[in-house]
Ligand binder design. Sequence first.
Ligand code: PMP
Length: 352
Amino acid sequence: MSKQPPATSQIPGNGAPLPRPVRSSLDLIGRTPVVELTTFDTGPCRLFVKLESQNPGGSIKDRIALSMIAAAEADGRLKPGGTIVEATAGNTGLGLAQVALPKGYHLILVVPDKMSREKVQHLRAIGADVRTTRSDVGKGHPDYYQDMGARIAEETGGFFVNQFANPANPRAHETTTGPEIFEQLDGDVDAIVVGVGSGGTLSGIGRYFRRVSPKTKMVLADPKGSILAPLVNTGETIEPGSWAVEGIGEDFVPPNADLSLVSRAYTITDRESIAAARALLAQEGILAGSSSGTLLAAALRYCREQTEPQRVVTLVCDSGNKYLSKVFNDVWVAEQGLIEKIRHGNLRDLVA
Ligand code: PMP
């Protein structure tokens, strides 16, 4: 059963002070808003989402692009006019492009071919050198995107960013995303639901909250086929499968993913993720990407399992604009076998 949305103010922003003009879109990274979801059945819990989709590059990855480039400039790994190489699902690449290209760096991005065409077009439009590679091979294969990125960096003498092991990635979340959530929720947060791609979000936010709010639990939302949730729940490493959701789920444990921070892990199917992303748009007017659907589905499951009131936070990791040809395209969703028959509202019924 859906709850009715409350009446909203006629004044955008409810009269909060308007942000002052800034001199660069990079100054708009971070300090993202939080919305309470009021139309979903959240059991005894209150559920909040932090809109990382409102960063200028449309994703949570803008934060780490800033910190990883600043760290490499500071310690001399990156010199003026140098080449930057990264393996990315797209969002880290876009963040890097925004920071690096105006400064005159060259940027080579290796992107697996399952990623949406919107993300690849955006990267090419901004001026990155995008090399797509196979999505159906794992670590150790020469065409695997991370191995290919490392190889290109070696051949070109470029700086391999390597978000999967770069400590400036979790540090960005430990120093910005975590403190923002704490402040926006008045220091009272029972659980934070995150996904793991590189592990930066989990480890950064998790480390911050372990310090300032030990009661806060980190909850992992993981696509079916990824090894991470089964590893947390059973200690066993499964044979990885494939999944349609982009940016989260892994076939290995990235050095940046501190899974010891996770208290509860959920495996979420593509069908559930896409239904949740579509319901978030239909019910709340929030256009979010596929990984945000996974996080929302896990957050709803977590909330409904609780017996006591809790304050739960999750993230809109990126904007659904990046997936209009996929998650929000009925034909693609049907072709993937994710829903038998499309009719108005039926995806919403799966989660609402
Ligand atoms: N969602 C999306 C859309 C992403 O691109 C990523 C990063 N690949 C994540 C979530 C996961 O974040 P992290 O790398 O910090 O684990």
